[in-house]
Write a protein that binds this ligand. Structure first.
Ligand code: MG
Length: 376
């Protein structure tokens, strides 16, 4: 079997709002083989940039579009393909955008391998430690108490046992942050897990220490991405100086080099690779091993469509310590409808891990076609 084509679709809702909601558009990656088996992937990045990185003509030996690295390859050589893509994009890549595009292709290749063998992806990367996983509702932090109450009334009765409130109104004013956390706990009750995602908006180390300590009064389970990912020293000091709240991060990182820095250099409490950005399933399973050595849980970041959710579910199934699924609860047209039979949560808060060949999702072609835009 050889790969014959790689395609990136820019799929977006008609109007993009300037809020921290990555589920408004996506880059869908399709990898086709000579056997007719097709794999799908997705990238949580700029879909326009992803398309350019995959389709660019070559400039020279180590400055080439990723399509050049992939066509003609056997999908079972997935690690070889990963390294080849890295080498071909070395001049402009190595981190961020190029690794994002590689991630989408890598996910699609794992989908192909699973389909070719008639096995779900988790059976190829270690097997199933579990066949269902508790999901937490992941949603933007609103401005008002009324909106907070409404979210709790909507999502907790559905079965969610935790809510992560992120970005939105957070990270602009310390007193407001504290008040919002108080209101979340008030309306969630004592039992549900409360997580806060600052969206990298805190800028001072001592501000973070002060607020994390105050958040702990409301039993906050983790504080996510308090700082920009490059503020490595802040992370190192914060994990040392705050013991009452877990500090989590990792969704912006790509390659093992960056995860090594966060896991071993900063002693992060919870690691959150996004499979559509970290380097794909190939890198995420190595991050899983790094997390296991360090004794920390891995809870993948996933705030996109059912494609990324399926990749997360596959990794979670094969990870000994992965206690939670991020369930993107922004109600955008793509988050719920791009794949057929989007993953549902049961009344106890679980989502089933797909047990069919490959990733276990199928694109709704009618939806994909309606929201795909022509870029060139
Ligand atoms: Mg986050």
């Amino acid at each position: 079997m050889i790969i014959t084509d790689v395609e990136v679709l820019v799929v977006k809702q008609p109007e993009i709002k300037m809020i921290g909601d990555g589920s408004q558009d996506t880059a869908v990656v399709r990898v086709t083989t000579d056997t007719g088996i097709q794999g799908i992937g997705e990238v949580d990045s700029s879909p326009y940039i992803m398309k350019a990185i995959v389709e660019s003509p070559a400039s020279h030996e180590v400055c080439r579009g990723l399509r050049d690295a992939v066509i003609g390859m056997d999908p079972f050589d997935v690690e070889v393909i990963w390294q080849k893509m890295y080498n071909y994009s070395y001049y402009y890549g190595r981190r961020s955008a190029a690794i994002h595009a590689m991630s989408g292709i890598d996910i699609a290749i794992w989908d192909i391998i699973g389909k070719a063998l008639g096995k779900p992806v988790h059976k190829l990367i270690g097997g199933s430690f579990r066949n269902k996983i508790k999901a937490y509702c992941s949603i933007l932090m609103p401005e008002t108490e009324e909106e907070i109450a409404k979210i709790c009334e909507t999502y907790l009765p559905m079965g969610f046992t935790g809510i992560k409130w992120g970005w939105g109104a957070l990270g602009r004013d310390d007193d407001k942050d504290l008040e919002l956390v108080r209101l979340c706990r008030k309306h969630m009750g004592d039992k549900a897990k409360l997580m806060i995602d600052i969206g990298m908006r805190w800028t001072e180390y001592k501000q973070a220490v002060r607020l994390c300590n105050k958040f702990s009064e409301y039993d906050v389970h983790w504080v996510e991405e308090p700082f920009l990912p490059d503020a490595v020293d802040f992370y190192k000091r914060l994990t040392q100086d705050v013991s009452c709240v877990n500090i989590s991060a990792g969704e912006e990182l790509g390659t093992m080099y960056e995860f090594n820095e966060l896991i071993n250099g900063c002693n992060i409490d919870i690691i959150q690779p996004d499979m559509s950005r970290c380097g794909g399933i190939t890198v995420a399973k190595k991050v899983m091993d790094m997390a296991m050595l360090k004794g920390i849980p891995m809870i993948p970041h996933a705030f996109k469509t059912g494609i990324l959710m399926s990749a997360s579910l596959q990794l979670i199934a094969a990870t000994p310590n992965s206690p939670f699924l991020e369930y993107c609860s922004q109600e955008t047209v793509l988050s719920k409808n791009l794949v057929k039979h989007h993953f549902q949560i049961d009344s106890e808060g679980y989502v089933n891990i797909p047990d069919v060949p490959g990733l276990g999702v199928e694109i709704d072609e009618e939806v994909a076609e309606r929201y795909t835009v022509k870029v060139w």
